[in-house]
Design a protein around this ligand. Structure first.
Ligand code: F0G
Length: 429
């Protein structure tokens, strides 16, 4: 772990490339001098270790983000735009652990957030900050979850929202959320990477506050996935934390959270991060294999639409996260993602396709001998099962021959004997 002390004094935004500092109320999305990504540095609480953990436990906040306010946005917590969010379950399911090949596997289900994904943790902070800087509109590019979350939180704050999503590449649950929550939604003829380029240009040109995860305030909120998980584990760090990786905001946030948790004496061991991409959208895994000598970009194509990203924006921050945690980046096939998802779904847990990459990645790493079956692992499930009903329908009803875990519905006549015929075939699971 890098051991630079965090800043003393009020919160500042610091450029990761040229180290220049901006005021915490500066609304520019990246370093105005060198275009580097910004990172927040707070005045941290005086308490350390158990005393700090006690303070979090006894917080009056109903939010799993704002409970950790002193590490997230110390000067903005009082006026938080909050649903509230977070406080998601950490669970164990034997069938999932057995499939992945690790006995001590736990699942942190971020799909249990108010809009059904982990994005709510970053968005409560991002929209709170939008209010603090007096934004008249907020904007984002998205594969669907960021936009669903931003639309909801912008509605809470009564700020107009502009969403740019790739036409035909966003799961139905997510696109319809954006419409329902009232965001002005643009279907861009292009991919996510085109949307991000366009929103970065237009936010600057049109004066909207940018809420993609290049926004450092989003990262602060997403750190709380790790804080909360560690708290649920009694501040005993697991050996590994596995997560799906797309635009790399979450990989960046997890690394920053672990750095701070170590520095504050909340944990004594750093878990290794396992960032998992899909084979069809794996630029970060390609760079990892070359020890990050080359920053790759690809034309992305995966069934896991949430992580269908070819030019991840938080690359620079995520490299730091992987290096500091002795982490690993890998990619798995769409087939393995859908198989992992079927196992997670059938265990009564459920998640969207991209989320299942974390579990598929763990299985692959166990088979490769990188993760030992007796190590402890937390897999983060990033989105809810209902986000992508089309993927479910295709898997269970629309694929010939049926995939291994397809659960075909059976059409019957309206008669007792027809029901009885089916009952006779039921087996205990
Ligand atoms: N899982 C889900 C369900 C996601 O929606 C995303 C990203 C990721 C994983 C990857 O996280 O980008 O921080 O590496 N979704 C973004 C969006 C890109 O627009 O909703 P990341």
């Amino acid at each position: 772990m890098q051991n630079t002390p965090l800043a003393e004094g009020p919160s500042v935004q610091r450029c990761l490339r040229c180290a220049r500092e901006l005021d915490e109320l500066d609304a520019r999305p990246q370093c105005p001098y060198c275009s580097g990504l910004l990172e927040l540095r707070h005045t941290l609480p005086k308490e350390r270790g158990a005393a700090l953990a006690d303070r979090f436990r006894s917080s009056a906040s109903a939010s799993g983000v704002w409970r950790f306010g002193p590490l997230v946005l110390p000067n903005g917590a009082d006026a938080a735009v909050s649903w509230p969010e977070g406080n998601t379950p950490l669970i164990s399911r034997k069938a999932v652990a057995a499939w992945a090949g690790v006995s001590a596997l736990r699942i942190k289900h971020e799909g249990m957030n108010p809009t059904g994904s982990f994005k709510d943790r970053g968005m409560t902070v991002g929209v709170t900050q939008a209010v603090r800087v007096g934004a008249t509109a907020v904007a984002c590019a998205s594969t669907g979850n960021t936009s669903a979350s931003m639309a909801a939180y912008a509605a809470l704050a009564e700020i107009p929202a502009l969403v740019l999503v790739p036409l035909g590449k966003v799961a139905l649950g997510k696109l319809t959320q954006s419409l329902a929550y009232g965001a002005r939604t643009l279907l861009v003829r292009g991919d996510f990477d085109d949307c991000l380029r366009l929103v970065r240009e237009s936010a600057e040109e049109l004066g909207a506050y940018l809420l993609n995860s290049i926004n450092p305030y989003r990262i602060e909120g997403q750190k709380t996935i790790v804080f909360e998980m560690l708290e649920q584990l009694g501040w005993e760090a697991p050996d590994w934390i596995a997560l799906p990786a797309g635009n790399l905001g979450n990989t960046a946030a997890f690394g920053k959270a672990l750095r701070e948790a170590m520095e504050l004496g909340l944990i004594t061991k750093v878990p290794r991060l396992l960032a998992v991409q899909s084979d069809g959208a794996a630029p970060f895994a390609m760079s990892f294999r070359e020890s990050f000598r080359v920053r790759h970009t690809v034309r992305a194509n995966t069934i896991a639409t949430a992580i269908n990203i070819g030019a991840p924006a938080s690359y620079q921050r995520a490299v730091q996260s992987i290096r500091e945690t002795n982490g690993v980046v890998t990619s798995v096939s769409d087939g393995n993602i859908m198989e992992a998802k079927a196992i997670i779904d059938a265990a009564g847990v459920g998640c969207e396709p991209a989320s299942a990459a974390s579990v598929a990645g763990v299985k692959q790493m166990v088979l490769a001998g990188t993760i030992s079956p007796d190590e402890s692992v937390v897999c983060v499930l990033t989105g809810h099962v209902l986000k992508d009903p089309e993927a479910l329908d295709r898997y269970h009803r629309g694929t010939e021959p049926p995939p291994a875990h397809a659960n075909r519905p059976i059409e019957i006549d309206a008669s007792l004997s027809a029901v009885a015929d089916v009952m006779r075939t039921l087996r205990p699971t």
